[in-house]
Design a protein around this ligand. Structure first.
Ligand SMILES: NC(=O)c1ccc[n+]([C@@H]2O[C@H](COP(=O)([O-])OP(=O)(O)OC[C@H]3O[C@@H](n4cnc5c(N)ncnc54)[C@H](OP(=O)(O)O)[C@@H]3O)[C@@H](O)[C@H]2O)c1
Length: 240
C-alpha cells in the first residue's frame, strides 16, 4: 500500500460493482478521496457518486463539470481510472453500426471526453489508468466490437503518454484476465461450461478476484515509472 502526505482524489468510472467497486475500496483504504461515475451508485461509504450513463456523457456535461469543480481544488493530484466497460457478443462479419457505436461510447468516447475535462485540473503526480483486457492485444471469436474497442483503448493510452510528456502525468493500460465479476457471469450464463473453460485459461486454473486487480491498479497509479505500458494482470494465460 502506497503512503503519501498530500491529498489525492480518485475519479473512477464503473464503481458500482466488480473491479471498479474493489478499486474504490482499495483507494479509500489508502487515504484517497473518491468520486464514482456510473448509472447506479456505489454503496461504499465515503464515495461521491455522479449518476450518469456514459453512453450519453456529453448530455450531462454542465452538471458533471460543476460537480468536479466543487469537489476538486484548482490543481489536485488525481488518478483518473477509465474502468466502466460495455461487453457484447458479435462477430466481425455481422456487426451492427448501432451496437458498435454504443460499445465505443462507453469504452472509448467517454474516456476521451473525461480526459478533456479532467487533465487541465491535474497536478504533477497525477495519473490516467485505462482498464483494457487481454483482448486489447489479441482476439478470440465472438466479441468483435468489444475487442475492437479495447484495442482502441490501448491506442488511446499510448497517445496519452506521448501527448502528456512533460506534464508529470503518467498513464498505463491495466489488462485484466478472466475476473469473477457480474460482466463475466452474465457473459457465461447462457453457455454451459464456459465459466470452467475460462477458469482453465489461467496457468493457476482459477479466476482472478476483483481485489487482486484493484491492488495492481493502485500500484500503477502511484508509480510514474509505469508510463505508456500495457500491464497484464492475468496469472499467466494458457495459449492454445
Ligand atoms: N471481468 C473480466 O473478466 C474482465 C476481463 C477483462 C477486462 N475487464 C474490464 O474490466 C472493467 C470492469 O469490468 P467488470 O468485470 O468489473 O464489469 P462489471 O462487473 O460488469 O461492472 C461494469 C461497471 O461499468 C459500469 N458501466 C457499464 N456501462 C455503463 C454505462 N453505460 N454508464 C455508466 N457506467 C457503466 C457499471 O455500472 P452501472 O451498471 O451502475 O452503470 C459497472 O459499475 C471493464 O472495462 C472490462 O472490460 C473485465
Amino acid at each position: 500500500m502506497t503512503q503519501f502526505t498530500e491529498p489525492r482524489v480518485l475519479i473512477l468510472t464503473g464503481g458500482s460493482r466488480g473491479i471498479g467497486e474493489a478499486t474504490l475500496k482499495r483507494f479509500l483504504q489508502c487515504g484517497w478521496r473518491a468520486i464514482n461515475l456510473s448509472r447506479h451508485p456505489s454503496k461504499i461509504k465515503g464515495v461521491t457518486n455522479i449518476i450518469v450513463d456514459l453512453q450519453n456523457l456529453s448530455v450531462k456535461q454542465a452538471e458533471i463539470r460543476k460537480k468536479f469543480e466543487a469537489e476538486l481544488a484548482e490543481s489536485s493530484i488525481i488518478s483518473l481510472i477509465h474502468n466502466a466497460g460495455s461487453f457484447i457478443n458479435d462477430t466481425a462479419d455481422a456487426q451492427s453500426a448501432e451496437t458498435v457505436r454504443a460499445v465505443f461510447e462507453v469504452n472509448v468516447v467517454a474516456p476521451i471526453i473525461l480526459n478533456r475535462w479532467i487533465i487541465p485540473l491535474m497536478a504533477t503526480g497525477s495519473s490516467i489508468i485505462y482498464i483494457g483486457s487481454t483482448l486489447a492485444e489479441k482476439a478470440v471469436p465472438g466479441c468483435a466490437s468489444y475487442i475492437t474497442s479495447k484495442h482502441a483503448v490501448a491506442g488511446l493510452m499510448k497517445a496519452s503518454c506521448q501527448d502528456l510528456a512533460g506534464k508529470g502525468i503518467h498513464t498505463c493500460c491495466v489488462c485484466p484476465g478472466v475476473t469473477e465479476t457480474e460482466m463475466l457471469i452474465e457473459r457465461c450464463k447462457h453457455v454451459p461450461g464456459l465459466l470452467e473453460t475460462l477458469s482453465g485459461l489461467s496457468t493457476y486454473h482459477r479466476l482472478l478476484q476483483p481485489d487482486e486487480l484493484a491492488e495492481l491498479i493502485e500500484f500503477c497509479a502511484c508509480h510514474p515509472l509505469i508510463n505508456g505500458a500495457m500491464i497484464h494482470g492475468n496469472l499467466g494465460q494458457v495459449e492454445r
